[in-house]
Ligand binder design. Structure first.
Ligand code: URA
Length: 233
């Protein structure tokens, strides 16, 4: 499929459409050996040989980034006043068209997937596919004795969820929906408000190995498992 040159370069992480437009106008980009100065030039990025200042660029259709979101950062792509999850990515992982898959509240930490793959994003966040999300929660008041039973029955109008009690004030929750402030609202309904919330797992993905604020590309086997989880693999 043919695409505009500025779009292809932005997708490869070389800057915003405006920034890559400057590179193109300056004659820094070659396509199949020819300098192209028209940012709207159409090419098939999977077939064309694209070079920036003589260095070949390696095209990939989609990108997948796993971020350990720290507290205090918002799940958005742009903000004039606050730090966003995209601001945390190092240059080699940053892409103009990366989008977060679902949301974590400002004060929630943990696993956040970002991808350029629109269909995958849509399915991973759609209730139909029931992708599991695992959270570790610390609570400001002791859990009641019937907490696990009430989560399993469906609390505060939410679907049944798994609750593993780790101590009177700590638990692990497994959900298959993703509604606004869901975990906080579920624990509030028990009378044990959340004091700390960390997402440890999302579908086949796990947080292990990353530090808060750290990010990495998914391994091919992780991409394969994700696609399979929502019938795209
Ligand atoms: N549930 C919440 O309450 N907050 C999150 O960030 C994620 C799930």
């Amino acid at each position: 499929m043919k695409e505009r040159l500025d779009r292809v370069l932005a997708h490869l992480g070389l800057g915003t459409r405006k920034e890559v437009g400057r590179l193109i106008r300056a004659g820094e980009v070659r396509v199949d050996g020819m300098v192209v100065r028209d940012r709207g030039f159409k090419l098939d990025p999977e077939a064309a040989r694209i070079e920036l200042r003589g260095e070949p660029l390696h095209y990939a259709r989609h990108f997948y980034v796993l971020l350990y979101k720290p507290a205090g950062v918002i799940t958005a792509t742009r903000s004039d006043s606050e730090e966003t999850v995209l601001d945390l990515l190092p240059n080699d992982l940053w892409r103009d068209d990366l989008r977060p898959v679902g949301r974590l509240d400002r004060d929630t930490e943990g696993l956040l997937l970002l991808t350029t793959h629109g269909t995958l994003l849509h399915r991973l966040t759609h209730p139909r596919w029931k992708v599991a999300k695992v959270y570790y929660a610390e609570l400001a008041a002791d859990l009641p004795a019937d907490a696990t039973r009430r989560f399993a029955a469906g609390i505060a109008g939410f679907a049944p969820a798994g609750l593993e009690v780790l101590s009177p004030r700590a638990a692990r929750v497994t959900l298959r929906e993703g509604k606004y402030h869901q975990v906080r609202r579920m624990f509030a309904a028990l009378g044990s408000p959340v004091a700390y919330l960390l997402r440890e797992g999302f579908g086949p993905l796990e947080l292990q190995g990353l530090e808060p604020g750290g990010a990495r590309s998914l391994e091919p086997r992780e991409v394969g498992a994700l696609l399979k989880a929502v019938d795209l693999g």
